[in-house]
Design a protein around this ligand. Structure first.
Ligand code: ADP
Ligand code: ASP
Ligand code: MG
Length: 417
């Protein structure tokens, strides 16, 4: 509404609220935004390392723990931070109150550990804001159909923030983290990575899905569907200004807002990969179904696939899964050995997937060949390849991860010179 007060969601990740000093600094930042005349809703993650610690407790008790209890345990990390930040804000004279997911309520399905958002009733939060009180909502958590606590998967506070921004019709969702924006690749491994002022939802979605963990994949999909403007920025350094019109971070936007179109926008890598090769299978129709059908029934997510046929009437099927799915994939394949009649099953989890992403690929050829040439010049062997409309991915030995990302970053002209 013209003339109305801007409404901003501010989300702070784990390192941004990593200790009491950091929480005080975050409170100052929220106060500044409020003093600049904005209505503010805050979403927080657990303090850095806290979720890992809580997950570790569950694993230490049992490999196959009850996912409902896991959720009630890991959700506590965010509850602590929301209370602490509310106190820090009150100390600065800013009225504030913490909200757990179930109090909002943030409703989800019952897929404990990786629940999907259902509906969010923003009425109570808007009522709180109308009274001048800053709501500090615990990210990552919700409540399932049976009233039990759920969590949204690792990195899920980003998704909480975007969903809350949509629910309260916020003008923007600011994701504060430990880097000052979205870069052409992970700035922690490529010092020449360049900060992007803007990136399309589609490209960010693809980058996140292939390993750029700066935003949780689901949060980007949700922002795209709901038209939420997302900005990624640093909670550690001050940007130029906290005022409209001059944004310090990187914005995720629609394609028509991007002026400078590039062939390749970004490069991501994922170490959470494992390769399986089912070797010397009698080559006949129905093999793919006999292998991938049971894997899908066992809830194993298969990503890249290549089939290579030998001259002797046998064929090899090589594919990748996440490292966590590997044990389940192995036991499933062992159970279908007689039906598939393969001779050997080989696995390797010392691999990394490297992906280049850009909407420019739709209209220009040559991206994949540049990737293959660049890697061959460094003597890096490509084990598996997969492509989509705006992405090319390759699987290589893990030891080459950094070398490959740096070489490709240079080859596509992305280096900050
Ligand atoms: P938070 O705890 O704030 O949610 P995360 O660790 O989940 O933060 O995400 C921020 C990290 O994402 C950065 O520290 C950076 O190493 C990593 N990252 C990976 N790819 C990119 C990219 N393209 N641009 C910026 N950061 C990236
Ligand atoms: N604390 C949760 C995690 O570490 C959620 C988040 O930080 O977004 O995965
Ligand atoms: Mg994160």
């Amino acid at each position: 509404m013209p003339g109305s007060v801007p409404r901003i969601v501010m989300k702070f990740g784990g390192t941004s609220v990593g200790d009491i000093e950091r929480i005080k600094a975050v409170a100052e930042r929220v106060k500044k935004q409020k003093d600049a005349g904005c209505d503010v809703l805050v979403v927080v993650s657990a303090m850095a390392g806290e979720t890992n610690k809580l997950v570790g407790y569950c694993d230490a008790l049992s490999d196959l723990h009850d996912a409902r209890e896991y959720d009630s345990i890991v959700a506590t990390g965010e509850q602590v931070t929301s209370g602490l930040l509310a106190i820090a804000l009150q100390k600065l004279g800013v009225p504030a109150r913490s909200w757990a997911g179930w109090q909002v309520p943030i409703r989800t399905d019952s897929a404990h550990g990786k629940a999907s958002l259902d509906t969010i009733d923003g009425a109570h939060l808007l009522g709180c804001m109308a009274e001048g009180v800053v709501p500090v909502v615990a990210g990552f958590q919700g409540v399932g159909p049976d009233g039990r606590v759920t969590t949204l998967g690792r990195g899920g506070s980003d998704t909480s923030a975007v969903a809350l921004a949509a629910a309260i019709k916020a003008d923007r969702c600011d994701i504060y983290t430990d880097v000052d924006g979205i870069y052409t690749t992970d700035p922690r491994i490529v010092s020449k990575a360049r900060k992007l002022e803007k990136i399309t939802y589609e490209e960010m979605l693809e980058l996140a899905s292939v390993g750029a963990k700066v935003l949780q994949t689901r949060s980007v999909g949700l922002a795209m569907r709901q038209g939420v403007r997302v900005q990624v920025l640093s909670s550690f350094v001050d940007g130029p200004a906290l005022v409209e019109g001059k944004l310090p971070g990187s914005l995720v936007v629609d394609e028509d807002e991007i002026v400078e179109k590039k062939l390749v926008t970004g490069i991501a890598y994922s170490r959470d990969e494992a390769k399986l090769s089912v070797r010397r299978i009698p080559d006949r129709p129905g093999i793919a179904a006999a292998i991938f059908g049971p894997l899908s029934e066992a809830n194993v997510n298969v990503d890249m696939i290549v089939q290579s046929t030998g001259a002797d009437g046998t064929t090899n099927m090589t594919f990748t899964t996440s490292k966590t799915d590997l044990p389940r994939a192995i036991s499933t394949l062992e159970s279908v050995r007689d039906a598939v009649q393969y001779e050997e099953l080989a696995t390797d989890d010392d691999v990394v997937k490297i992906s280049v992403v850009g909407t420019g690929m739709r209209s220009h050829a040559g991206v994949a060949s540049t990737m293959f040439r660049t890697l061959s010049e460094r003597s890096i062997n490509i084990q598996v390849i997969s492509t989509s409309e705006i992405k090319v991915s390759v699987l290589v030995a893990a030891e080459y991860a950094e070398l490959a990302v740096r070489a490709l970053h240079t080859a596509y002209g992305l280096d900050n010179v």
